[in-house]
Design a protein around this ligand. Structure first.
Ligand code: BTN
Length: 257
């Protein structure tokens, strides 16, 4: 296990991030759920070359070829944030990934709630797990799987794509991770400092399918609708072709291609 503490300059009080790089682990999210940070540690990042039990959203698993991609989780302690602001943290994390990925390629968007898409294909997924104390967010774990250098996908994940497939060459995973941590720190601080309007505006601007009517499916069947907004509570609001508003929690509606 390599420990690489680094400190962000020109900040008062000093913001300390600890990066732990592992060759293999069951799941980087599960690792951080058991982890006790040092008292002066604001943010902990654990990355792994391979996960034996990588977890996706809901009951899904997250598969990734050994040593090819980025598999990492970021633990923060946004204790001043009330539980109802939880979705802003999710938006901030997604925006950080987009800001970095925009420097590699065009056509990056944020598929509600926090997938990163390139065109119509999934480049990255995030699993967020929070723990609460007194109505506030005590710990927040952002678990991110980003397809970097994998050339073929054999799992049944829908529409996966990697940076290698987009760019036609390998990308240095270590420097990509450092770029993401820097961007994540910036957006996370914006969220904690209450810049919610700014974050929400940028999130909406970056949304996949933010313009026009597209196909969706809910428990009653398929329909065409346009995105109206994503509420502060994270609910997706659609307007169908009859002008009816439909509101969904995650997993209640599917995007159909
Ligand atoms: C999704 O289903 O889209 C979310 C996938 C999240 C996968 C990442 S990989 C690093 C971290 N550790 C896990 O076990 N899951 C997340």
């Amino acid at each position: 296990m390599i420990k690489w503490p680094f400190k962000k300059k020109n900040k008062a009080p000093e913001f300390k991030t600890n990066l732990i790089a592992l060759a293999e682990v069951d799941s980087t999210n599960s690792y951080l759920r058991q982890y006790t940070p040092a008292t002066d540690e604001n943010m902990t990042v654990v990355s792994a070359d391979f996960q034996t039990a990588g977890r996706g959203q809901g009951t899904h698993t997250w598969e990734s070829e050994r040593g090819k991609n980025l598999l990492f989780s970021i633990l923060t302690h946004p204790i001043t944030m009330p539980l109802r602001s939880q979705f802003i943290l999710s938006e901030a994390g997604a925006l950080a990934l987009k800001e970095v990925l925009d420097t590699y390629t065009d056509d990056i968007s944020l598929k509600w709630p926090n997938d990163i898409y390139w065109k119509n294909r999934k480049l990255s997924g995030t699993l967020i797990e929070t723990s609460i104390a007194g109505g506030h967010i005590k710990n927040c774990i952002f678990g991110i799987g980003l397809n970097v250098n994998q050339q073929t996908f054999e799992s049944d994940a829908p529409n996966p794509v990697s940076l290698f497939q987009i760019l036609g060459h390998e990308v240095d995973r270590e420097s990509l991770l450092k770029q993401i941590i820097t961007a994540f720190t910036k957006y996370h601080e914006m969220a904690v400092n209450g810049q919610h309007g700014d974050i929400s505006a940028r999130y909406h601007e970056a949304l996949y399918r933010r313009h026009g009517f597209h196909a969706y499916e809910d428990k009653d069947g398929c329909f065409e609708a346009a995105i109206v907004e994503v509420g502060d509570d994270g609910l997706l609001v659609l307007r169908d072709q009859e002008g009816r508003f439909r509101e969904y929690e995650f997993k209640e509606v599917k995007f159909i291609n």
